[in-house]
Design a protein around this ligand. Structure first.
Ligand code: ZN
Ligand code: ZN
Length: 219
């Protein structure tokens, strides 16, 4: 499903598997990137959707993991081997992804077994920039929902696109959430003044006012 000229939705409950969080594809000029990886249960459909968007698996250079939760990362090991792309996550969530921690990744909540996957690029800074086939993608550390939760931004045809994923939370002790960090991160997201918000479970919000109102509803 095409969201902008170079952003596609390739995974999610209606597209790949009922438990998958949204998987977005950023199509660059000379390479592409994925935002999150779903559970892995809908892997074949995700691969088909990527190809239908006109992207060859080998063109994908990065798999950005916004945080460690199973509905976003369970399929990362399959996508990493199918594409040869490098996985990227904030260092504070990377350890839970690499050890497939059943509690902190929420895999136990899904009654599933998380497969460990190597995180090739562990981001240690509050902000990091990546070149995905000629498209600049910025990753920001926005803790709260999980310690290493992150969001990504890019420009698409003049619009600032924010991949916020689990903007809505929830916050839970077993997920090592922090309300104080979460509130600070939501305020930071508001300061970005994004034109389009791609959320992990609530769809796509277009227009600065709609994006702002959705983020503010959790403050
Ligand atoms: Zn989550
Ligand atoms: Zn989620």
């Amino acid at each position: 499903m095409n969201i902008t000229g170079d952003v596609y939705l390739v995974g999610g409950p209606s597209l790949s598997d009922g438990s998958d969080a949204a998987i977005y594809l950023v199509k660059g000029k000379s390479g592409s990137a994925l935002v999150d990886a779903g559970t892995g249960d809908g892997h074949d459909r995700v691969m088909k959707n990527i190809q239908e968007a006109g992207v060859r698996p080998a063109d994908i250079t990065y798999i950005f993991l916004t945080h460690c939760h199973y509905d976003h990362t369970g399929g990362a090991h399959l996508l990493r081997s199918a594409t040869g792309a490098r996985t990227v996550a904030h260092e504070l969530d990377a350890e839970f992804i690499e050890t497939a921690d059943p509690e902190v990744t929420a895999a136990s909540w899904y009654r599933a077994r998380m497969e460990p996957v190597k995180v090739d690029v562990k981001v240690e800074t509050a902000e990091a920039r990546f070149d995905a086939g000629g498209t600049e993608i910025t990753m920001y550390h926005t803790p709260g929902h999980s310690p290493g939760s992150s969001v990504l931004t890019m420009r698409s045809g003049g619009a600032l696109v924010l991949f916020g994923q689990d903007v809505h939370g929830p916050l839970n002790d077993s997920l090592r959430s922090s309300r104080a960090d979460y509130v600070r991160s939501l305020e930071f997201l508001l300061s970005l003044e994004a034109d389009i918000l791609c959320e992990g479970h609530f769809g796509v919000f277009s227009g600065r006012d709609k994006v702002r109102r959705f983020i503010e509803s959790f403050l």
